[in-house]
Design a protein around this ligand. Structure first.
Ligand code: A2P
Length: 283
């Protein structure tokens, strides 16, 4: 999705800046560059493998239980790493297994596949037992889908995290509370309001970073709206995974640990919630 080498360079800059959590996926088609960046930084002596927290994702075409471990093994081979720190089910619905990442019928409709999420979860548990993933979690799961796993008879490991869209315009108060009660960490994707790529983003919701409240609060601390948005999320216990391929913005997004928002400012930002997703995942 990015010009060749951009991801490699960006991950190396990120590691030099201090980032340690890297959010990846097979379907981003850049895991080879991420793995290379990590391995180069280890070889340089800048980091050790255990300093890095790499999250990989199980794609929709690989939900049948017998495909889970081979799929993770493929990711590890691409990364040239022995394990991932976190492996998550990327979406709660399955597509027809096969080479097509987005399998469609002759009418252009997605071909879904009936699978049992609980059986997929058991295969994820086996990956953890085999040492291929240190922890396992989910993504884009709602409360009902989380409960299905949590209430599964014989559950061995709970999901440690649920990666969902989360930012000041989509604050997820109910899901956040539910996950808190169950010790499930919310990892917020699109914490800056996405790249506004119309092929997958609902652009009728206004750009987050133009928000007057975020900008006014930023002015007070000599920070940008982006830094305020990220600080807001981490201050409410939401892990953020901002994306940037620009060295200056990669560094900017890390400069959020030298200020804090007051309770009043947190409330003001919480009140910006529009309950509208940028990432509708219409499939
Ligand atoms: P770029 O790669 O040119 O920096 P999200 O993390 O919500 O998905 O947002 C990603 C988008 O936000 C990308 O288009 C990225 O573009 C842009 N972006 C990342 N960091 C910043 C920042 N600090 N200020 C403004 N835009 C940013």
């Amino acid at each position: 999705q990015t010009p060749k080498g951009t991801c490699l360079e960006s991950v190396k800059i990120a590691i030099d800046t201090g980032y340690r959590h890297i959010d990846g996926a097979f379907v981003y088609f850049n895991e080879h560059e991420v793995g290379q960046a990590i391995r180069e930084k280890i070889a340089e002596g800048k980091i050790k493998r255990e300093d890095i927290f790499y999250c990989g994702k199980l794609w929709n075409t690989c939900h049948p239980p017998e495909l889970v471990r081979p799929t993770l093994e493929k990711t590890l081979k691409i990364l040239q790493l022995d394990y991932v720190d976190l492996y998550i089910i990327e979406l709660p619905m399955a597509f027809k297994p096969g080479d097509a990442i987005y399998p469609k019928d002759e009418n252009g409709k997605f071909i879904y596949h009936e699978t049992d999420l609980c059986a997929t979860w058991e295969a994820m548990e086996a990956c953890k037992d085999a040492g291929l993933a240190k922890s396992i979690g989910v993504s884009n799961f709602n409360r009902r889908q989380l409960e299905m796993i949590l209430n599964k008879p014989g559950l061995k490991y709970k999901p440690v995290s649920n990666q969902v869209e989360c930012h000041p315009y989509f604050t997820q108060p109910k899901l956040l509370e539910f996950c808190r009660q169950h010790d499930i960490v919310i990892v917020g994707y699109s914490p800056l309001g996405t790249s506004r790529d119309e092929s997958w983003v609902n652009v009728s919701s206004p750009p987050l970073l133009n928000d007057p409240v975020l900008n006014a609060i930023g002015k007070k601390y000599n920070k940008t709206a982006a830094q305020v948005a990220l600080r807001f999320s981490i201050q409410r216990g939401v892990v953020v995974i901002p994306k940037s391929f620009n060295p200056q913005r990669i560094r900017e997004n890390f400069q959020i640990f030298d200020f804090s928002l007051t309770e009043k400012e947190m409330k003001e930002i919480e009140a910006l919630n529009k309950n509208v997703r940028y990432v509708e995942l219409l499939m």
